[in-house]
Write a protein that binds this ligand. Sequence first.
Ligand SMILES: *Cc1c(COP(=O)(O)O)cnc(C)c1O
Length: 406
Amino acid sequence: MDYATYLKNYPSKDGKFGKFGGAYLPPHLVPAMEEINDAYLTICQSSQFINELRRIRREFQGRPTPVYHCEKLSRLNDSKCQIYLKREDLNHTGAHKLNHCMGEGLLAKFMGKKRIIAETGAGQHGVALATAAAFFGLDCTIYMGAVDVAKQAPNVARMRVLGTKVVSVDRGQKTLKEAVDAAFEDYMENYKDTIYCIGSAVGPHPFPMMVRDFQYVVGQEAREQFLEMMGFLPDVVTACVGGGSNSIGMFLPFINDPVEIVGVEPLGRGKEMGEHAASMTYGEEGVMHGFDSIMLKDANGEPAPVYSIASGLDYPSVGPEHAFLREIGRVKYDVASDRDAIDAFFKLSRYEGIIPALESSHAVAYAIRRAKEMGQGSILVNLSGRGDKDIDYVIEKYGYGEEFKF
Ligand SMILES: *Cc1c(COP(=O)(O)O)cnc(C)c1O
């Protein structure tokens, strides 16, 4: 396959990546998605839109974020292989999520929509979207399960300070699934003046494509920066995979290069159903949340229960483009467990002075393992976010890492 024309060919007009992707929607939402798609395809050709997005990235988000060489972490590995980080933890609000939220907010503004909504689990997507809403002067409502509202008090407070309405959803299990249902009901009623801003490279077309395009800047910067730093490209590029947004943005700019690309999924506590969220590794093809991809199903064919120590990774499916990239053999997927991630969390903190998000720690754990195996060469990791949000949980469960030997 010639990857030089990959971005032109995928997705197809109807949002397909091979057999994956598409838009499986209730009929009356089809025109709403078409409206978003048409607006996006027009706007992303407009120099006004592109220049405004560039200005926002530079002046508000603090882009470009740097690439950093982890000399001490690399030395620990008894290997000449060197580990580098793309520092998305230094993006405003502390993670890559703002990249697509600012894109979605700008799109809403250009389309003349007055309101953006979303669901959130741990609150990371909610905070990023609330930030975009404040910036663009849009109304914002975030749906969150009542259990999560109680658990994630600091993120709820952040959203409210930013002027967003947080709705606590009190039905069923009172977590993410019910929040998705409530947000979707809101959208079904209010789609004329509202955009439902999806938080990863998932959902019906055009969201996997738009989120990918908004995250593309991550890999594009990283590729240029690494080349300038070293004079050659890394041997391996890696990132953690939840829904797949930080990883797809990191991967695609390298797709036409002689570079091995690896996505890292959460193995959680083990490979039994309910103990992990490694959709690509253990899942099968299916349709959920409006798109066709690889998913974890229970005995009834419904989305299976999932678990990861990193709440941003516990999703029972994955963006359709990832399913396609594996099918055509361009990207490989591997796993890291909770324990691997915690070990990497403490190592990066102690040896480099960087406290990573638990999500990102999965990719760092994989890089540490691969560096030992490879013995030489270089690995570029997307450090998708910072770990301040995870510290209380980690020390409650693992203390200050005494049991991890360095
Ligand atoms: C949400 C999140 C992820 C997982 O989402 P993707 O869409 O797979 O990138 C990873 N890292 C951080 C820091 C997150 O907040």
